[in-house]
Design a protein around this ligand. Sequence first.
Ligand code: SAM
Length: 256
Amino acid sequence: MPILRVNTNVDAYRLRSQCADIHELAARPNRKSLTQFVNRRILDVIQLVPEDFVVDIGCGDGSLQRMANGSVAKCIGITGSIEEERRLKSECPELTFIAGQAQSLPLDSGCASKIVCNATLLLLPSEDDIEAALKEMVRIARPGATIWIGEIPEINEYAYYGMYRGTSMLGLQWHLLRHDGVRSFLGMIRRSLKALIGREKIILNSAGIFYAGPAKVISMAENCGLRLKAYFRHKELDASGKVVNSEFRYDYIFTI
Ligand SMILES: C[S@@+](CC[C@H](N)C(=O)[O-])C[C@H]1O[C@@H](n2cnc3c(N)ncnc32)[C@H](O)[C@@H]1O
């Protein structure tokens, strides 16, 4: 497989849909148990009832749909691309997935009693897109609906963790040499040689990340018509499986 270059997160997930393991769509490499934990916790917090119409915007590998299946009236997973929709439908034909953008949801106004948007808003390209997505949540929400917006980092995590964002292979190698040292640099040389002969896939993505602290997120959401019920630090699992607070990410619960 070649070296692939993308400039948007939607395209990055479109490519992920071709990976052997469908869990790639949740973007938590080798941490399936974390995806299970995160989605189980969302369902615990939003407390489903049998009459619920659930919409999960940016549904990843469909974990939340699998967990909710059978316990609510309807549960729809929104995928950012048609390729992800096809992949999920082929692996889980009993569940409902619809391709659509968070900024213009392919759903009727006032249909949803529970809306989940976890680890997805941060992927949108601009604050205008975030506002469009927030307004779409308001549009599709029933009065009194519960809206979970999760994993919004308060800092630029890419910069903090020294992650490369760009589409230049040379740029990536230089970045690894400077930030992670010779071992990492040589590892990438080896991977890029394998990619050239079709035995490895490297995706280079230049898209950034949205980040904002609680004051800004709450103000943006309230300006779009949402009403805050609670917010807290996002919970995750550490390497030993212990539940810990995320260093930088927050979860929010809104209603309308
Ligand atoms: C990190 S995954 C989150 C998966 C899941 N919510 C979870 O927490 O396990 C990001 C998801 O956002 C979706 N996505 C990215 N950009 C999107 C957009 N503009 N509109 C809708 N979904 C989008 C991707 O397709 C992917 O399903």
